[in-house]
Design a protein around this ligand. Sequence first.
Ligand SMILES: C[S@@+](CC[C@H](N)C(=O)[O-])C[C@H]1O[C@@H](n2cnc3c(N)ncnc32)[C@H](O)[C@@H]1O
Length: 233
Amino acid sequence: MTDRLDVAPLAFGPDGTPVSAAYGDVYHSTAGGPAQARHVFLGGNGLPARWRGRARFGIVETGFGLGLNFLATWQAWRDDVEACDVLDYVAFEKHPFRAEDLGLAQAAWPEFADLAADLRAAWPALTPGEHPLRLAGGRLRLVLVFGDVRTMAPGVTAAADAFYLDGFSPAKNPDMWSPEVCAELSRLGAPGATLATWSVAGSVRRAVQSAGFAVEKRPGFAGKRQMLVGALA
Ligand SMILES: C[S@@+](CC[C@H](N)C(=O)[O-])C[C@H]1O[C@@H](n2cnc3c(N)ncnc32)[C@H](O)[C@@H]1O
């Protein structure tokens, strides 16, 4: 178990992008949240193609935030007639939002309205530990791991085919991108697991490489020149 949970306060920047005052960073690209999710996290992990024809596909995310990447993934999976039967999604989150604040923020994404409502209806108590949720008639298995990824990851079991690395900026939140965290994530990776993140910081590249991922840079989303993808060697 971890230290006490600090619930995230919902706040927006002048352009309407959700921001964290504590971390001095935005929750998603100011150039568009859903499009960033699809370009960086789905596209960077070869999704939806890689889950096609499989019985099960696993995703692990650091951190869950407003659920934007999760909702974009759920929508792509739901709309893909060739998608795997079961989608397992494990997400770490140190500062979860209250359901009502999720609702306010998720109102910015009408394309996810039905899925977001289902997520909020299943939203668990904000207590430290693992919260398994069953969505989409039980075929979408979401495990929310509330607490610090550094202390929680060693106790988690998962078989991730894809990692979404979406902590705040490594310069502002180095804890989340440490070599120790990356090694724990690597332990949760299935053979051939891939990763994607918008950060190409040298510290991030070195941490994931030391955890066994071969990495390469790809064109980034919107204004960003590059993003990082990787695969377990
Ligand atoms: C950029 S936001 C994630 C946005 C999210 N992926 C989405 O789709 O809405 C980064 C998240 O990492 C969480 N976080 C920061 N440090 C953490 C830590 N040490 N362990 C777990 N979560 C952490 C923050 O609370 C925040 O929700």
